[in-house]
Write a protein that binds this ligand. Structure first.
Ligand code: SF4
Length: 374
């Protein structure tokens, strides 16, 4: 006799209840679990709530009901989200309103499926099918992808880049894990240090330069952003590399419940219990309330790089940024001690490397200039 209930049990809604969508859960500590969906949403639940939810006993007045519904953990009678999540109707809406789509692609099938487990082990195939469908309906250049560097990615940089070339992308953003949300809850943020990540970045950039030399035009997007600041008077407007910080000024994030955040990282931080970057709510605040809130003005004022220790004397300050959300997440301070900041040390490493490459090799400088003056 199996200790599992038959699959039909999970597919059938209970009277007036909801139907579970595929999700995984894993213990976070003695009391709590992290539950994740196939689309990468996550939520932290105590054991009793998780059990009530899995047994179809969560009632609509439970504080977790709407949260789990919004994050695609289940469907109920008035859910309008389809199971495959990307419908023709959604794509038609995106076309009409010129919405750009950004999705996650961590690399070739084995790595992507390992990073993003789901029943059927087909998350890579689904991502590729979704990218192709969106390109067909919206146009090739309306769809982009971002990758997440897990510890499993570190030795596979060249294979990841090959996969992006194979899927028809003209660049990749080699980015480290962020100290927010799922990466922190699952402790994967500490799976590697900044030295290991920098080695991954340097080797990936070497390979991308090799591709360019062989005639494949392909860019590393973070380098291209920094090089635009180094080689032109233009500001690419990248939120993390702005002073005053780009939060709130360059981006506003509207959450499903009407809350407005200064950036997506600020929204993720709120999921971890720190609502410092919640600027207001569209139902109760005006635009002026939100943009003039102390929650925004205080971190902007405090973190201005021209006046904070280390940055004010740093040769790289014109290319760098303030990033108060990162420093609050890691040091509980909008400014942070830069000597202990991975954001600072990582950027210094990249600035030095890019300048060193250009000084050592005219051909590389020529390639870099072609990335900037596109
Ligand atoms: S590299 Fe470090 S010290 Fe220099 S501006 Fe950036 S954060 Fe500040």
């Amino acid at each position: 006799m199996s200790k599992f209930l038959p699959l039909t049990h999970y597919n059938e809604p209970l009277a007036g209840g909801y139907r579970l969508l595929p999700f995984n859960f894993t213990p976070l500590d003695a009391a709590d679990y992290v539950a994740t969906t196939s689309v990468g949403e996550f939520v932290v639940l105590d054991r009793a709530t998780l059990e009530r939810f899995a047994r179809h006993q969560l009632l609509p007045n439970d504080p977790f009901y709407n949260l789990l519904k919004a994050k695609h953990f289940f469907l109920d009678d008035d859910s309008s989200v389809a199971l495959d999540l990307l419908t023709d109707e959604m794509l038609e809406f995106c076309k009409q309103h010129q919405v750009l789509i950004s999705t996650s692609l961590d690399g070739a099938a084995e790595l992507h499926n390992k990073n993003r487990p789901r029943p059927g082990r087909d998350s890579n195939a689904r991502a590729i099918a979704g990218i192709q469908l969106a390109r067909e309906k919206l146009g090739h250049d309306r769809v982009s992808a971002v990758m997440t560097t897990t510890s499993a990615s570190l030795s596979l940089g060249r294979e990841i880049i090959d996969e992006y070339v194979r899927q028809g992308f003209d660049g990749i953003f080699l980015r480290p894990l962020s100290p927010y949300g799922f990466a922190v809850k699952t402790k994967s943020y500490n799976a590697y240090d900044r030295h290991e990540w920098l080695r991954f970045f340097v080797d990936g950039l070497d390979y991308i330069l090799e591709l360019n030399r062989r005639g494949t035009r392909f860019i590393e997007q973070y380098s291209a952003t920094i090089l635009t600041k180094m080689l032109t008077p233009r500001n690419p407007g990248y939120v993390d590399l702005q002073s005053p910080a780009g939060i709130g000024i360059g981006v506003l994030v509207y959450n499903y419940d009407g809350d407005v955040y200064a950036s997506d990282e600020g929204r993720m931080l709120a999921e971890m219990g720190h609502k410092n970057f919640r600027l207001g709510n569209v139902h109760t605040n005006t635009y002026e309330d939100i943009l003039l809130s102390d929650q925004l003005l205080e971190p902007l004022e405090q973190s201005f790089t021209g006046s904070v220790p280390m940055c004010s004397e740093c040769a790289f300050e014109p290319f760098c940024g303030a990033e108060p959300v990162y420093h609050y997440a890691t040091q509980r301070d909008y400014v942070g001690r830069k000597a202990e900041s991975d954001f600072c040390q990582r950027n210094m490493g990249i600035f030095r490397h890019l300048i060193g490459l250009m000084r050592a090799d005219d051909e590389i400088e020529h390639i870099f200039r072609s990335w900037v003056f596109r």
